[in-house]
Design a protein around this ligand. Structure first.
Ligand SMILES: *Cc1c(COP(=O)(O)O)cnc(C)c1O
Length: 386
């Protein structure tokens, strides 16, 4: 079968494909249909937390797959209960709702924030403030929440009730925090927007302002979560705990799973019948996530920091590099030369990298062995310089 031709013919053209058919992988290395190996510095966009086919993860997932692949949410299952316990115990949060993706996790957070406000204050407090250059998903409502005008086309009418503020703009934020506002939703490190780390000062300001007015702080940890930045969740770097945070991407290590995680204040807002999902918390995906969370220990998180520092130190100051941004193993590299060309050059040298906005983006598996990382960085340097 001509895979590329069939894909082009039969799959809707929503993605600009890289001309590569991937057929397998082991750890941080993936293989194409010609048997060529690539170091994967994207992890399927921060999804394959422990790389391809991690043996312990495969065992955890397949054991559950062989026992029971799915049941409805009318019944209890152990993986789901265990995963929710882990998420709450490791974060100090109170309750979890499971879905299948980042967009759905955010959709749930948005619904819960509005209902929290409705339950306490009645109608009229619906506005959710989000940030410019944010990304929160592809459903109509999460697109509305996304602060990028270029994505607010074609699909209207969009969901009302979002206001956008530039990251760092305290005055702009204060002006939007009025009687009609129920929540502030933000990524602390904007992923798709170009790996922009929010200033501590701005985050402190937002949290304090929100607390005074009982406005909820929602943190989108879809990309930053599950160890990616060197802490379990990125809000742990900032010294506060959100009212709700969402995660997905790397949570189950390569299977579709979203989680909306609530604190004591918001944990009981959603009541029977007010929200749901057929697949959400599927036991196979949950078993994968239990494995991931159980293995994201302090030692591994420390390694994430060290590997991130290594990448930054290696690329910073190169003649063709303008700036390196990010935290842990979530890194953006702004080049002084053509980005697309550099990405292609990297691929030709045997390393897969991503882009975000105007930067090269690196999101390697968290357990990438140091020698493999060194080789990847050497190839990226060649790709950038080439
Ligand atoms: C990827 C992403 C989403 C959307 O997740 P999907 O699983 O594609 O729906 C939402 N927020 C952030 C920060 C993301 O990086």
């Amino acid at each position: 079968m001509d895979i590329k031709a069939a894909d082009q013919k039969y799959i809707a053209h929503t993605y600009g494909r890289v001309p590569l058919v991937l057929t397998g992988g082991k750890g941080s290395v993936v293989t194409d249909d010609a048997g060529r190996e690539y170091i994967d510095m994207g992890s399927g966009i921060a999804v394959n937390t422990f790389g391809a086919a991690d043996p312990g993860w495969v065992q955890a997932v397949t054991a559950q797959l062989s026992a029971l692949q799915h049941t409805s949410n009318y019944y209890y299952t152990e993986p789901m209960a265990k995963l929710a316990s882990l998420l709450c115990e490791k974060t100090g949060m109170a309750k979890v709702f499971f879905s299948n993706s980042g967009a759905e996790a955010n959709e749930c957070a948005i619904k819960a924030a509005r209902k929290y406000s409705f339950d306490r204050y009645g109608e009229g407090r619906k506005k959710i403030i989000t940030l410019r250059d944010s990304f929160h998903g592809r459903t109509v409502t999460t697109l509305s929440a996304t602060g990028q005008d270029s994505l607010h086309t074609y699909f209207g009418p969009f969901t009302e009730g979002f206001a956008y503020v530039k990251a760092g703009d305290k005055e702009g934020l204060a002006a939007e925090v009025d009687e009609s506002c129920c929540a502030i939703l933000m990524e602390l490190i904007q992923g798709e927007g170009g790996v922009n780390v929010l200033d501590q000062d701005f985050v402190d300001f937002a949290v304090e302002l929100a607390r005074k007015k009982d406005i909820l702080i929602l943190v989108d940890e879809v990309q930053t979560g599950n160890g990616r930045t060197g802490k379990l969740y990125s809000w742990m770097h900032y010294g506060f705990r959100p009212d709700i945070f969402t995660t997905a991407k790397g949570l189950a290590g390569g299977l579709p799973l979203g989680a909306t995680v609530f604190n004591e204040k918001t944990g009981d807002v959603l009541t029977p019948g007010s929200h749901g999902s057929t697949f959400g918390g599927n036991p196979v995906c949950a078993a994968g996530a239990v494995y991931v969370l159980e293995h994201l220990d302090e030692e591994l998180l420390q390694e994430v920091k060290e590997k991130g520092d290594y990448i930054r130190e290696s690329l910073e100051g190169l003649p063709d590099v303008e700036e390196v941004t990010g935290m842990g193993l979530m890194i953006g590299v702004k080049l002084k030369k053509d980005l697309a060309q550099a990405v292609t050059a990297c691929r030709e040298k045997g390393v897969l990298v991503l882009t975000a906005h105007d930067k090269m983006r690196l999101l390697p598996p968290l357990n990438i062995p140091f020698p493999v990382l060194q080789e990847a960085v050497a190839r990226i340097k060649e790709g950038i310089e080439g």
